[in-house]
Design a protein around this ligand. Structure first.
Ligand code: NAG
Ligand code: NAG
Ligand code: NAG
Ligand code: NAG
Ligand code: NAG
Length: 584
């Protein structure tokens, strides 16, 4: 394993500067791991950062160490660089390192030394999905070579807010190219510019997407927290598969200005953390009204003064909670192992004092929930394009991408037509044509783009019917399921692996949180427990998410976040195996 050896040399060199001892696993240990195709912590140990234990460190712990003077932000950046050297050849979670990261960290250290601490994210390194614009030395391309060299007008609103909060932009995370809009059969986590991202839980399978590198990096302790985007499952799905917390807010809570779009009606900027608190600190930094995204105006009067972190709580809060299980709508599609493990966790939640109501269903679930897994064109596939989410997204993308491109400089790419032509002209890298003429990661070529192109962005009667139908039916459906005997439930508990659950929330524009809840035994990939809520129900998600997390951590249950096992760490298959459904 030459890569491993050279990593050890680099780690030893950098580890010496940081004062960390690099452990050397015995050759017998290595042999056993290799035979089992497992790597575990022995091959990929998370080194301490000086005297600070970096592995699974929370933002609060990093903050406390910096406050005590035993850790600096510069050191943290150095340690995450080291961790990235160690892991990136295998999991490829980072697309581009920010050349400014160390100088931003040094500035944050200087401010702290002068007595200024901006908040909980001061000096904390983070990554963003590569489709989020930064006006700095990095590129913003959605993983496509088509936008290489293009110059964005300004930082995305969420990036500007994170900089204000004192967080340190470490780099850009890998993603599924164009956030999966381009193709309907593809290798999740792949982009021409970024290559194949792989989950540290099992390197051969779908790592979750399209915010793949964001989730994979946080899960592998290669970064403190991350920001991603979701149109339909792209935050929740990779968070679940990588056994971390994913928070997808109400559409309009976080500004999409400066983010390469898919659909204005469904796009939302979300957060990833190893704990609920970490994901919530990130959410607190990014949400708010932005004049460049008119959807954010709707949040006025619906958000708490002082942010969402005030709702973080402990398991005692569960005594007053009542959760619904939409069994026929979603749960019945989950695999038996997952049902068994999540049911055990739900029993624990009940023992902690919560009431569980089984069978609170999404109204009209027989009509609107696909029985065949994730399918954003389910409306069309059952005969009604005027009731399909994809009818809306196809038209929105055509228009929204044109608006995004209109603000770029130094590029000839001005429209979806230009992108499609670029992909045809660069089949070998961009897979414009279906495989085998194009690229094996894009088996169906760019059929998603072609479908969008065919609409020419025209908002006809079918579009408006589909928009109204997908929004109205899913909002009513979730709100009805959240109402029991005239009373409002604390939330709907769902298995996010049944991708129809985040899919119904995506059409509604409603928020979802997923909590890590153990792993599948065959694949080693994460199992999640999702909570769904109504529009601007984020405070509830923070409260119940943190209460359940506290219960997981204090009860000894195995159904919680566990570290990756680096299964099949020497495999390099493209496409990755699709053992579960996809997402966008
Ligand atoms: C999707 O691509 C795989 C190869 O990556 C292929 O085996 C499969 O048949 C394709 N599925 C569809 C529905 O075309
Ligand atoms: C919920 O009800 C269904 C029947 O509708 C049953 O199969 C399932 O086991 C129940 N789940 C729990 C957790 O009680
Ligand atoms: C969609 O079109 C069909 C007729 O093709 C109609 O029966 C149905 O009511 C329409 N759905 C909506 C939501 O307008
Ligand atoms: C939107 O859908 C709802 C329920 O499906 C329906 O009652 C309403 O008339 C529709 N509105 C428009 C403008 O089509
Ligand atoms: C990785 O996941 C695949 C798909 O579930 C599975 O077949 C394989 O055995 C897993 N690898 C290991 C080493 O467990």
């Amino acid at each position: 394993m030459p890569a491993f050896k050279s990593w050890l040399a680099a780690a030893t060199a950098i580890g010496m500067c940081l004062g960390a001892a690099v452990p050397t696993p015995s050759s017998k240990d290595l042999q056993v791991l290799k035979e089992k195709s497992l790597a575990s912590d022995l091959l990929f140990p998370v080194l301490p950062c000086g005297k600070f234990k970096l592995e699974e460190a929370t933002i609060d712990q990093m903050q406390a160490a910096m406050e005590a003077g035993t850790l600096t932000s510069v050191q943290l950046v150095g340690c995450y660089v080291l961790r990235t050297f160690q892991t990136d050849l295998y999991i490829n979670s980072l697309l581009q390192y920010n050349p400014d990261a160390l100088s931003i960290a040094a500035q944050m250290d200087a401010e702290r030394a002068a007595g200024k601490v901006r908040g909980p994210l001061h000096g904390i390194p983070f990554t963003i999905k590569e489709n989020i614009a930064t006006k700095d030395q990095m590129e913003t391309t959605a993983g496509s070579w088509a936008l290489l060299g293009s110059i964005v007008p300004r930082d995305a609103h969420v990036v500007a807010k994170l900089r204000e909060a004192g967080a340190v932009l470490f780099g850009k995370a890998t993603l599924s190219e164009w956030a999966d809009m381009r193709s309907n059969n593809y290798s999740e986590g792949y982009s021409a510019r970024g290559g194949q991202c792989r989950s540290a839980y099992n390197l051969t399978v779908n790592p979750g997407g399209s915010s793949s590198g964001s989730a994979v990096g946080v899960a592998a302790n290669a970064i403190a927290f991350s920001i991603g985007t979701e149109t339909d499952g792209s935050v929740i799905n990779p968070a679940m598969r990588n056994n971390i917390v994913g928070f997808k807010p109400t559409v309009g809570l976080t500004s999409r200005a400066g983010v390469i779009p898919e659909s204005e009606h469904q796009d939302s900027i979300g957060t990833f953390g190893r704990t609920v608190a970490d994901a919530v600190y990130a959410l607190d930094a990014i949400y708010g009204v932005d004049e460049r995204d008119e959807y954010t105006l709707a949040q006025e009067g619906k958000t708490p003064t002082g942010g969402y972190a005030q709702y973080l709580t402990t398991k005692d809060a569960l005594k007053g909670a009542t959760f619904g299980l939409p069994w026929q709508s979603f749960w019945r599609y989950a695999d038996p192992e997952q049902i068994r493990k999540l049911t055990a966790l739900i029993e624990l939640i009940e023992d902690a004092g919560a009431t569980i109501i089984n069978g609170t269903e999404i109204t009209d679930y027989e009509r609107i929930v696909s029985p065949y897994g994730w399918d954003w064109d389910y409306g069309t596939n059952r005969g009604y394009p005027n009731e399909s989410e994809y009818t809306v997204v196809k038209v929105d993308f055509y228009n929204n991408i044109k608006t995004y491109l209109s603000e770029l400089e130094n590029t000839n790419i001005r429209s979806l037509e230009d992108i499609v032509q670029f992909n045809y002209d660069n089949d070998g890298t961009e897979g414009g044509h279906p495989w085998p003429q194009g690229h094996p990661a894009f088996y169906s070529g760019q059929d998603g783009f072609l479908a969008s192109l065919a609409t020419k962005g025209i908002k006809d009667e079918v579009y408006y019917q589909a928009l109204n139908f997908t929004q109205t039916s899913t909002r009513n459906g979730i709100d009805d399921a959240l109402t029991y005997n005239g009373k409002k439930l604390s939330g709907l508990l769902v298995p996010p692996d049944v991708a129809q659950a985040p899919q119904i929330a995506a059409q509604a524009g409603y928020p979802v949180i997923t909590l890590p809840a153990g792993i599948h035994s065959a694949s080693g990939m994460g199992i999640g427990l999702g909570i769904m809520q109504t529009a601007y129900g984020e405070a509830e998600l923070v409260k119940w998410g943190s209460a359940i997390e506290d219960l997981q951590k204090t009860s000894g249950t195995p159904h919680k976040r566990t570290l990756p096992q680096w299964r099949d760490f020497l495999k390099r298959n493209i496409p990755v195996y699709n053992v579960y459904e996809g997402s966008d």
